[in-house]
Design a protein. Structure first.
Length: 658
């Protein structure tokens, strides 16, 4: 005869043996949100954020349930408890404020509230006129451990004691949690600085900082900092500043042969003067770099360094650690390729070499070296060509020591690979924004990104030194302004490659999606005072971003328009005005049309007037109702950035707006 105390053996199924189980609690905690990939990866937030948690928890029957959110700050061992509040459909909710950088843990517990269930049942029976002497005796057993005197009174039939607010408070403060159920795993949230969630980047080649075509230094780049600060950027990003290899050095526009004065690509890192922890002698010294970082800080700028894990054939590691590189069957080291492109001046690392642990540690220590010199922001070159487990380990190691470190992934690759890098620790990522130009493309892409905000923070760049899209070649100044505004208002993080972008440089190499006279391969001369410069537009746009919390939080909500060349969207933040952006996507022609606002979502009564202040142009308009008219001439300004304000009246009956 079968013993039913043990379950049947089921192939591929993990079933606990009944005689080895403890009696489980009756509540099942089904889900905790937000959660990424079943809790395998942490979610992301910035310091000061309110983290809203939802928990699905149910119990059989009709007994009442209590649930708690547990959270634990970095470095703490004890859990903090926050009562979860029951909403509709067995969804429980709570909010916590994230006040510490680093990895926080959170989970949920729940149990059947025997006291509250008993009390509710008693109230119903009293209302029905039922004899409750047995119920009072049952209640006495529940309260015995908390208040023996109250238990004695209940056994004596005291309904007054049973209904006492004091007893209810005592029982709620000391619940019976002996059969508490806990969510299946503890989840994590990585809390980073505000700069990780909202930032404006300016890319600068120090070697072109003199402005006259002569190789510049970090001291020359220091003289550019007031200009970059005036433009309103948060971060000045430097391409690699290390010694550049001589072997196979590239000439202008990536030509395979360099002349005697050609500086080579900064991404061909390393020569006899050092590698990833050295400064190119033509730029200066480590002391000059420290001075640059301090000067940037004085201008309220942070320095971001480009970290490219690859080596010139002249890098010291090539001879010191040859096993860190891939060797071909003929004994030569494999250089980088992206057929038909060949990069003979760059050797990739072999992350799976026999000596991989030493390689991984050395690469981690590159970040640590620059962190010790005050750098906390890194733009990482081509991280999608290195193993994701390496990044998860490396970034975890760095942020454990420097929780304020921020990492931007330069990964123009498949979406899920970009998402995997974000899950593995990258704070921000480059995106496909550069190639999204039509209304449908922009709306669809923004909605796709809004679905992954728990772990992926997009950073929009109109161009980079590597990428120059075709539309900018022919669209003139209006398209440069249009793409700038889209980048800065569709995403909370954006950047430009300067001074190329503000000066409207648009000559492309034939057949290649790159600028001619590419600064990656040569020193450029820039005249920052050219009259056609966008510097004043950029400065105004960055001032608007800093003044409007809505442009630093959340995702865009698109607004219907009756013109396919007018793109409209709102951005909102708690306790701040809503911002409405309308962009003419045609750089050559004026477009007009009606847009239809969702007044309910904006909190505007349908019969109330409201004001829209154009933060770019300074004009003010009074609108009433959902449907309103706009017209944009791209030769004047291809966009409106409206601040929506409620309509009021002064005591003198003059109309004005807050």
């Amino acid at each position: 005869m079968r013993s039913w105390s043990r379950p049947l053996a089921l192939e591929g199924t993990c079933v606990a043996l009944l005689d080895q189980m403890e009696l489980p609690g009756r509540v099942v905690v089904l889900a905790v949100r937000p959660e990424v990939d079943g809790g395998r990866y942490p979610i992301k937030r910035v310091i000061g954020d309110t983290l809203a948690i939802e928990v699905d928890a149910v119990a059989d029957g009709h007994d009442l349930v209590r649930a708690m959110l547990l959270d634990r700050a970095p470095g703490q061992t004890a859990w903090r408890e926050t009562e979860l509040v029951l909403g509709a459909d067995d969804v429980w909710r709570a909010q916590i404020t994230l006040a510490t950088l680093g990895r926080h843990a959170y989970t949920a517990i729940a149990w059947v509230d025997a006291w509250a269930s008993w009390r509710r049942g008693l109230e119903r029976k009293l209302a029905a006129g039922v004899d409750v002497r047995v119920e009072l005796a049952d209640g006495a057993r529940l309260v015995e451990r908390v208040d023996p005197e109250a238990a004695k009174a209940l056994r004596a039939g005291s309904i007054e004691t049973a209904m006492s607010p004091g007893l209810a408070a005592a029982m709620r403060a000391a619940p019976d949690r002996s059969r508490t159920s806990r969510y299946r795993r503890d989840l994590e949230v990585v809390v980073e600085r505000e700069l990780a969630g909202s930032s404006a980047w300016y890319e600068l080649f120090p070697r072109s900082a003199r402005g006259d075509g002569v190789h510049g230094t970090l001291r020359d780049a220091e003289s550019r900092l007031p200009y970059i600060a005036e433009l309103g950027f948060d971060i000045v990003y430097l391409p690699p500043i290390h010694p550049i290899g001589d072997a196979f050095r590239k000439g202008p526009d990536n030509s395979p042969t360099a002349g005697p004065g050609d500086p080579g690509s900064p991404w061909a890192i390393g020569n006899k003067e050092g590698g990833h922890t050295a400064v190119h002698p033509a730029l200066g010294t480590l002391d000059d770099f420290d001075r640059f970082v301090a000067a940037a800080r004085a201008h309220h700028l942070e320095v971001a360094l480009d970290i490219a894990f690859q080596a010139s054939p002249d890098h010291p590691w090539v001879t010191e650690h040859p096993s860190w590189f891939v060797h071909r069957s003929d004994g030569s080291i494999q250089y980088a390729e992206n057929p038909p492109k060949k990069y003979q001046d760059v050797y990739p690392f072999d992350f799976e070499s026999a000596d991989w642990q030493a390689l991984w540690a050395a690469l981690r220590d590159v970040f640590m070296f620059w962190c010790e010199r005050g750098v906390r922001v890194f733009r990482v070159d081509n991280p999608h060509t290195k193993p994701i487990p390496f990044w998860e380990w490396c970034i975890g190691e760095i942020q454990a020591r420097y929780p304020d470190a921020i990492f931007l992934a330069e990964a123009f690759t498949r979406p899920k690979l970009m998402y995997a890098l974000a899950k593995g620790g990258f704070s921000q990522s480059y995106t496909y924004f550069t190639w999204r130009t039509t209304k449908w493309e922009l709306e669809t892409y923004a909605r796709d990104l809004a679905a992954v905000t728990d772990f992926f923070r997009p950073n929009f760049w109109p161009t980079t030194p590597d990428i120059f899209p075709e539309q900018l070649e022919t669209g003139g100044r209006p398209v440069f302004v249009q793409r700038l505004i889209l980048a800065a208002t569709l995403a909370s993080n954006y950047g430009i490659y300067g001074p190329s972008y503000e000066l409207g440089e648009h000559a492309r190499r034939h057949g290649v999606e790159e600028l001619a006279q590419n600064e990656k391969y040569q020193v450029r001369a820039w005249d920052l005072d050219r009259p056609e410069s966008l510097r004043h537009v950029i400065a105004r746009l960055n001032r608007i971003r800093r003044a409007q919390p809505a442009l630093r939080k959340g995702s865009p909500r698109f607004v219907a328009t009756d013109n396919e060349l007018l793109l409209a969207y709102t951005r909102s933040a708690p306790n701040a005005p809503t911002v409405l952006v309308v962009v003419n996507l045609d750089p050559s022609h004026t477009h007009r049309g009606f847009l239809t606002l969702d007044l309910g979502a904006l909190g505007i009564p349908p019969d109330h007037a409201f004001q829209v202040n154009d933060l770019l142009g300074g004009a003010r308009y009074t609108w009433r109702g959902a449907r309103n008219f706009v017209e944009l001439d791209p030769q004047q300004m291809p966009a409106h950035i409206f601040e929506l304000r409620p309509y009021t009246r002064t005591e003198h009956d003059f109309e004005y707006f807050l």
